[in-house]
Design a protein around this ligand. Structure first.
Ligand SMILES: [Ca+2]
Length: 284
């Protein structure tokens, strides 16, 4: 009987200890709505963190999101420089900020009540063997619910990528967005963001048809030019070439969706990594 009683006490202690830890965790990282201290209603909106954090704020004083102008302190993770200008924000994943530590940085509010179109653009950098997850979430200002609109998990290569997120579903609302990051299993999880924009016009090159092909079969071999293919704005990663590439260690391998090239009717998805071997294009 004593043994049964002892087991019961241990089980109850274990339950309340776990519950307490989870409750504490939820309190610390409670995703509550924090109001609109600043509301942006003039577009296009741009923030490159040139002179500070702009109107972006870290949500829970976790001090994981940091503003930096040089390479992140740890090797083999994080960018070596900003995408634009000198400064960017990144998750400092060095101890004690891993594993699985939550870091949130929130935008000001954006008034979309007078707009007919809205696209959110940003550059992100996720380099490191144990890179965690970076999400972009949105909330209507009168709501406490956050909806994930974009998400990447794991290493994406030592590159800055551009993400374009359609906010047309939020036309007529005042919204706030936030970057919701979870660090990975080690310090090699420095995830960075830079050059954030909210534009109320169609995204250049991505959503409009500069040329429409209506005669088939269609063929493009890039012999004399790019044809009617365009690289997405400011990427400058795709290049037209003959012969071998200048480096034998750079290849393109399909791994995750990343809009790089737009044709009149097709989108090419590609992912660039540092390991050599293979080059694949997939049309969807
Ligand atoms: Ca910048």
């Amino acid at each position: 009987m004593r043994i049964i009683t002892l087991l019961f006490v241990v089980l109850m202690f274990s339950f309340f200890y776990s519950f307490g830890k989870e409750s504490l965790r939820n309190n610390i990282f409670k995703p509550e709505y924090t109001g609109c201290s600043v509301t942006i209603s003039s577009f296009p909106y741009t923030e490159s963190f040139v002179s500070g954090w702009g109107n972006w704020t870290e949500h829970v004083s976790s001090n994981i999101w940091q503003r930096l102008s040089v390479a992140t302190p740890s090797t083999s993770t994080g960018p070596s420089a900003a995408y634009d200008g000198s400064y960017y924000l990144f998750t400092e994943a060095s101890s004690p900020n891993y594993p699985d530590k939550l870091a949130i940085v929130e935008s000001p509010c954006f008034d979309l009540t007078q707009e007919n179109e809205a696209n959110f653009q940003f550059h992100y950098h996720m380099y490191g063997a144990f890179t965690g997850t970076l999400s972009l979430q949105v909330s209507i200002s009168s709501d406490t619910t956050w909806t994930t609109l974009w998400e990447r998990t794991g290493e994406q290569g030592d590159l800055w990528y551009q993400a374009n997120v359609d906010l047309s579903a939020y036309i007529g609302e005042t919204i706030k967005v936030r970057f919701y990051a979870r660090t990975g299993l080690s310090y090699t999880s420095d995830m960075a963001i830079d050059t954030i924009q909210l534009v109320t016009t169609p995204i250049s090159g991505g959503t409009t048809c500069s040329t429409t092909i209506s005669t088939f079969p269609y063929n493009e071999s890039f012999e004399s030019s790019w044809g009617d293919w365009d690289e997405e704005v400011s990427m400058n990663i795709w290049q037209r070439n003959s012969g071998s590439t200048s480096s034998g260690l750079t290849v393109h391998l399909l791994l995750l969706p990343e809009l790089i090239i737009f044709s009149p009717r097709q989108v090419v998805q590609t992912h660039q990594i540092k390991q050599p071997l293979l080059s694949v294009l997939v049309l969807i």
